[in-house]
Design a binder for this molecule. Sequence first.
Ligand code: AMP
Length: 216
Amino acid sequence: MYIILLGAPGAGKGTQAALLSEKRKLTHVATGDLFRQALEKGDELGLKAKSYMEKGKLVPDEITIQMVLNRLAAPDCKSGVLLDGFPRNLEQAKVLDKALAQQDKAIDKAVYIKVSEGELLKRLSGRWICRNCQTPYHEVTSPPKARGKCDKCGGELYQRPDDTVETVKKRLEVYFAQTAPLIEYYTGAGKLLEVSGEGSPEEIYGRIVSALKPKK
Ligand code: AMP
């Protein structure tokens, strides 16, 4: 099974992907995490992506697509994948469809998590993430039990450098211009499932699970 999580930065894709991948035994592939890990290791890929990420811009397709196709070829992706943060424009969506078709595979569903712009800004500005396991927290709505420490693994929490007000605005602008058209693309393909991304993570997860249930 191949599921795409679509939605603006701050819509809760990472949180929902963590819940879904655990319960459905799907491998979570998050392009933002792959870039950040490469950067942390000092890999060439991370260094190439750094300047785009800092500005809230998309990393060029030739870099991103190759990275994702390599990741999808790994053994842990054979039985199913949850894509988070990819595709982010029409070109990426078309290349992905083509690459999967060559292996007689296809995207099953694209789950669009819809959140208002005001709410997105609020969420991104208070976000903290575990450096070790990437679990997201929010200062106000979902704080960790101990300040600066991940509830799940005890890892150190940090604020992403691209979660500053200016970069967040740019990321949202890029989302509406380049990524939002994918909603139409997957609607046209009969694969889009839209769920409200407002409410608690558990409520949103429940909506996603019921949207994914096969309709009789
Ligand atoms: P995210 O963690 O998904 O918010 O992604 C953080 C940053 O990584 C984005 O602002 C982009 O600079 C880059 N990025 C992540 N996914 C993609 C993608 N599919 N295409 C291009 N750039 C990406």
